[in-house]
Ligand binder design. Structure first.
Ligand code: NAD
Length: 249
């Protein structure tokens, strides 16, 4: 896949799945713009992309803050002229039982996972409509289909179900303007998000995955790049599981 001359904005690119997606766009010659609250880590990823011969820039962006998102998008448009691809990977997880969840937990999970996707899409959509071209890929989760359950609680599942609904709605509205909007639902994926899992919990999760392994961030990145490429030109509103077969049951 070749993303030469494509301007890619990616949230949550400083580590984990987002980092791997950023590096993959870099390898595919894309211009990679990272929005993250961990700016130092994000800049390290940008430097790695630049070292390998592509263009990259990181911005300190808190996706829960409209001003922060809007200011960075304006700067990207002023500097690079347009945004061809948006990938929303920033996210946080919560695993508490429902009765222990606080308003603070709700606000954090909903604001990062759901409101953040609303803000980036809302700010970028007008530019994509103007260009009559755009590719958006939102990282949801199988928890959004199962109501948590596998990893992440009901709160996390609800935030990701919101992302799935928004993805479908935006695919409907964006289609007539040449904008494809899709989501990827990873199953358990080896990143810091799953650090600290007890060995027995890890084993039991793996035993419930038909392919008997966690995804790697690269497994997720491969599908994200495909969905945002012109190879997937006729795919929109698709909610794609990358889960080793978990959703079979
Ligand atoms: N790891 C998994 O098993 C798994 C499974 C399903 C879905 N997901 C989803 O994939 C995405 C990436 O997960 P990951 O495992 O790489 O997580 P991670 O914790 O390794 O990375 C999350 C990234 O989001 C950034 N971030 C958090 N809050 C932010 C904010 N307010 N503004 C901007 N950036 C912010 C972090 O700095 C970090 O770079 C998330 O949306 C997550 O819900 C992960």
């Amino acid at each position: 896949m070749d993303f030469s001359n494509k301007i890619v904005v990616l949230t949550g690119g400083s580590q984990g799945i987002g980092k791997e997606i950023a590096l993959a766009y870099g390898r595919a010659n894309g211009t990679v713009i990272i929005f993250d609250i961990s700016i130092e880590e994000a800049e390290k990823v940008s430097n790695e992309i630049i070292k390998n011969g592509s263009t990259s820039k990181s911005y300190l962006v808190d996706v829960t803050n409209r001003e922060s998102v809007s200011k960075a998008i304006k700067e990207v448009i002023d500097t690079f002229g347009r945004i061809d691809v948006l990938v929303n990977s920033a996210g946080v997880v919560n695993t508490k039982p429902f009765v222990d969840v606080t308003d603070k937990d709700w606000d954090l999970v909903m604001n990062v996972n759901f409101r953040g996707v609303f803000y980036t899409c809302h700010e970028i959509f007008p530019f994509m409509i103007g260009a009559k071209y755009g590719k958006i890929v939102n990282i949801a989760s199988i928890a959004g289909k199962k109501g948590g359950g596998f990893f992440g609680n009901s709160l996390y599942g609800a935030s990701k179900a919101g992302v799935i609904g928004l993805t479908k709605g935006l695919a409907r509205e964006g289609g007539p303007h040449g904008i494809n909007v899709n989501a990827v639902c990873p199953g358990p994926t080896d990143t810091k998000m799953l650090e600290g899992l007890q060995d027995d919990v890890r084993k039991s999760l793996i035993n419930n995955i038909p392919l008997r392994k966690f995804a790697t961030p690269k497994d997720i990145a491969n599908v994200v790049l495909f969905l945002s490429s012109d190879l997937a030109g006729h795919v929109s509103g698709e909610i794609t599981d990358v889960d080793g077969g978990v959703m079979l049951d």
